[in-house]
Design a protein. Structure first.
Lengths: 233, 110
């Protein structure tokens, strides 16, 4: 089953002062308030974070729901905006592979995949015995997921007390935190080029295709960065 | 359950399935991938660049409340916070806390 020592270590990894708990908490606090404002009840708001746990996807869902989009349109819009989770999974799960571990752990714990947990895992995986990285990952995932759920609940409950300015202030915390975290992870030419080009091409492709800009910008930047890394090796 | 409530439940279900699909397919695909392979390095680059594209899109073309703030204000906040991040020896707490305070102050005075 799950090695409690490694699981606990993962669980406690969000305790540090510069952990993503603050940014994650602020964002999901705002989501909780937003969902209440558009007519979700308490159970529905919590379920949204419990089952989806992907901020951009939940925002798209809320916007699409407000304009009365069809279920198919919502599915496509959410899938597109959350498609980043595919390369994130492909670039992380090979690091967690172990023949000693059952497959169900990988397919259940992939629900915890988010920017925050992914960046923590990419930073810390080398310090963990490779046979138990999946248990460590499940600990990180449980912690970040719980913070998101708790913050959604809090956001729902305090939504009446949050002014417009406070909501805007909360909304900027998440991109700033994760952008700084990405800048801090630029350890080689390939990753550095990925981050810089992705930052430029995302908005550039938005002018061509708002729906596909993240995928187009991300894939184009990633391929160029990969070859620049290979060329320099 | 009212029509409105059942609609929300369906919307949450559809959103959850669409999101889990990307995660699950990623795990399935990664079963065949070795961490030292070139394909792994390619996906690593794509993952970082996609995240960077998402974050910069959120800042430059935001949806929701952030969209009501001028581009100049948002870019000033990002620039100042990135500078603080490097001055503070890559400490994440200062720029994160500063971002909310700075934006609130700039909204009032710009």
């Amino acid at each position: 089953m799950i090695r409690s020592g490694f699981y606990l270590k993962g669980l406690l990894s969000v305790r540090s002062v510069d952990s993503p708990a603050i940014a994650l908490g602020c964002s999901f606090l705002a989501i909780g308030a937003l969902l209440k404002n558009i007519g979700f009840n308490f159970q529905q708001s919590v379920s949204s974070t419990f089952f989806t746990y992907a901020l951009p996807g939940q925002l798209v869902m809320a916007e699409s729901f407000l304009v009365g989009a069809s279920l198919v349109n919502i599915f496509i819009a959410v899938w597109l905006v959350n498609a980043r989770l595919f390369p994130m999974a492909v670039s992380m799960f090979p690091l967690l592979k172990s023949k000693k571990q059952p497959k169900w752990k990988y397919y259940i714990s992939c629900h915890f995949l988010a920017v925050s947990s992914w960046l923590i895992m990419k930073k810390d995986y080398r310090t963990i015995n490779e046979n138990y990285r999946i248990d460590f990952w499940m600990g990180i995932g449980t912690a970040t997921w719980s913070i998101a759920i708790f913050s959604t609940i809090l956001g729902y409950l305090v939504s009446d007390y949050l002014s417009k300015d406070m909501m805007i202030g909360l909304a900027i915390v998440n991109p700033i935190y994760f952008f700084c975290m990405l800048l801090g992870s630029m350890k080689n030419i390939a990753i550095g080029t990925s981050v810089i080009l992705g930052t430029i091409l995302g908005p550039v492709f938005y002018l061509i295709s708002p729906e596909w800009c993240i995928l187009y910008g991300g894939v184009t930047a990633g391929i160029i960065a990969f070859f620049s890394g290979e060329f320099n090796d | 359950m009212t029509d409105f409530s059942s609609n929300i439940v369906l919307v949450i279900a559809v959103t959850s399935i669409a999101t889990y699909l990307s995660r699950m397919l990623g795990v399935l695909f990664s079963e065949k991938i070795n961490e030292n392979s070139k394909i792994f390095r390619l996906f690593d680059c794509i993952a970082y660049s996609t995240l960077a594209a998402l974050i910069s899109k959120v800042v430059v073309f935001p949806a929701g409340d952030l969209g009501e703030i001028s581009n100049l204000t948002r870019l000033i906040v990002v620039f100042v916070c990135v500078v603080v991040f490097f001055i503070a020896k890559r400490n994440l707490v200062y720029p994160t806390v500063l971002s909310a305070i700075l934006l609130t102050v700039l909204i009032k005075y710009i």
